[in-house]
Design a binder for this molecule. Structure first.
Ligand code: KG4
Ligand code: ZN
Length: 383
């Protein structure tokens, strides 16, 4: 029997966060436990897949126990187990999947496989429902913008079933990847998005222009229509990254970058003040100008897509949706364009398992359960 107020335990291990959460009826978050592996990857300046898998193995049991006890639930009281199937790092996904399968088998409870990107979209839905907002105008345009993804989806709901049409993706780097790579180049720590966000407020965003014209990519505009003839709004951020690299060379910023790197090696957890004390004016202006250029590109293309598809509701979700300037720009320009713009709260913008449990609920209602033979899919596509 499918209970309407069922409680789902969600498990998420697609990248560098080991997460578990309990959500009731897709709309009430009872707990949200996240163990971040950032400290383990920091020395390498990026996520090391092997390290991620090992960290998930250490963390998965305590994180799930934490989520259950925070939610005042037990293994017996939950109604189903949901887990991220992909996209993500195969070895990392397998830890969550194997654990979820073992739990489902031992407890004799249904297992639900969830696409990580659908999870990011349902993070917004979960919180909107939690606020009592059950009315949405379809289709919804969803920008999923994170360390691994920059996608535009048209999302529609028919009965309990959701479907997604991809109308834009990055041709090269994801937006969060661009934030992280530029931050690494400028010795601003890892992951760099949050620090670029904070430092940008201290620089002049108009000092330099890394405009769309610098986003060169050979096939950038070649395919502005998909196979079904519908317009596409693809992104490209590798050109912007190269432009910053060139700027560093031509403005002779390398010595100050190396000095910052050396000085901060001795600081355990550098804070905004530590970086501010070691960033001169041209560097702060460069950081703010980079962020402005990237945000303008993301907002411009997304709003153009909303207009082309005559959409009224926009979701902006994924790690980069935590960015302050991005939120402000979407709120200002979106409302000017007559759009209702919705973001998840910051804790639900970055990877978490509440979004996985929420996305699993419609599947639970129609008994769309996974068999014990399903496996991780690193390149899982959202449809
Ligand atoms: O969604 P997420 O936790 O993991 C992926 O699915 O990739 O996103 C992580 C990404 C990282 O690239 C991180 O630098 C970026 O989100 N990020 C931000 C901010 N907070 C996190 N980027 C810009 N501004 C932020 N405030
Ligand atoms: Zn994510």
């Amino acid at each position: 029997m499918v209970k309407e107020n069922s409680v789902i335990l969600g498990i998420e291990t697609s990248c560098d966060e080991t997460a578990a959460a309990v959500v009731r009826a897709g709309e009430t978050m009872l707990s949200n436990a996240v163990y971040s592996q950032i400290a383990a990857h920091q020395p390498y300046g990026g996520v090391v897949p092997e390290v991620a898998s090992r960290e998930h193995l250490h963390a998965i049991v305590p994180v799930v126990r934490q989520a259950l006890s925070d939610a005042k639930q037990t293994y017996d009281s939950i109604d189903a187990i949901a887990v991220t199937q992909g996209p993500g790092l195969a070895g990392a996904l397998l830890v969550g999947i194997s654990y979820a399968k073992a739990l489902a088998f031992a407890l004799d409870k249904p297992l639900i496989a969830v696409n990580h990107l659908e999870g990011h979209i349902h993070a917004v839905l979960l919180e909107e429902r939690q606020k009592g907002n059950h009315d949405l105008e379809f289709p919804v345009l969803a920008l999923v913008v994170s360390g691994g993804h920059t996608h535009l989806y048209l999302a529609t709901q028919s009965g309990q079933s959701w479907s997604y049409e991809n109308i834009g993706r990055t041709r090269d780097d994801a937006a969060g990847e661009a934030f992280d790579k530029v931050a690494k180049l400028l010795a601003l720590g890892y992951p760099g998005g949050p620090m670029v966000d904070k430092l940008s407020a201290h620089g002049d965003p108009k000092a330099f222009k890394f405009a769309g014209s610098q986003l060169k990519h050979p096939d950038r505009n070649e395919k502005s229509r998909s196979d079904n003839g519908r317009p596409r709004f693809d992104f490209s951020y590798s050109g912007m990254k190269t432009a910053i690299l060139r700027h560093v060379d031509t403005h002779n910023l390398k010595p100050s970058i190396e000095a910052r790197r050396e000085a901060l090696l001795g600081v355990a957890k550098p804070k905004l003040e530590d970086y501010l004390a070691r960033c001169d004016r041209p560097t702060l202006d460069l950081i703010a100008s980079f962020q402005r250029s990237l945000v303008e590109d993301l907002v411009g293309k997304t709003l153009a897509a909303a207009e082309a598809y005559d959409v009224r509701t926009l979701f902006v979700t994924g790690g980069v949706a935590a960015n302050n300037e991005l939120r402000q720009r979407f709120e200002q320009d979106g409302s000017r364009a007559g759009l209702k713009v919705m973001f998840p709260s910051r804790p639900l913008s970055t990877d978490n398992a509440a979004m996985i449990a929420a996305a699993a609920y419609p599947k639970f209602l129609v008994k769309d359960f996974a068999g014990m033979d399903f496996s991780a899919e690193a390149g899982l596509v959202l449809r």
